[in-house]
Design a protein around this ligand. Sequence first.
Ligand code: HEM
Length: 163
Amino acid sequence: MQVPDGLDAEGRLKHRTARPDDALPSPYSGPEAALAANQGVVPPDLSRILKVYPGGPDRLYGLLSGYAPQAERQKGRGFFNPYAIGHFTAMPPPLHGNEVKYADGTVPDVQAEARDVTTFLAWVSAPHQDQRRRLGVGAGLYLCFLAVLFALLNRRIWSDVRK
Ligand code: HEM
């Protein structure tokens, strides 16, 4: 997929090949199109949804897999889902099972698909989290090492001064 990437010298929009950590492109041309396609509710942008969704990945997994098998839209309220905020959501069940085929033979039921979508969205919301944590642990260990070194040096430097 090609995504916009600034302007060239003549002010024309440049494009480049999308990377996995780009924002997810919206399927709608604008908010009006989104409203019209979803009974008057704009679906949220999923690019960073797991940074802001209360309950995090576990609750998103619950939401995706928590609809009743024959969930029906209830007038004025939406679909019942025990994991939705207020137990109702305007989102129709997005997963039905058998949408994908797993190479390793995993049964493509709603639970397996919900797990994959949730894992992907967790990564998309914080694609550099692993590197950041690794760097953080390294920096912490380095600071501990420095603290010990400075404590020893401090004692040595002041060792000839009487208390
Ligand atoms: C697997 C793909 C999808 C995921 C992970 C997903 C995720 C979410 C999340 C986390 C919310 C916020 C929770 C809420 O408001 O209840 C939401 C809301 C919404 N989604 Fe989805 N969604 C998906 C597919 C779809 C599809 C295919 C549609 C349309 C047919 C859709 C329409 C909506 C709408 C209209 C809302 C707003 C609901 C409200 O405000 O009550 N979603 N989605």
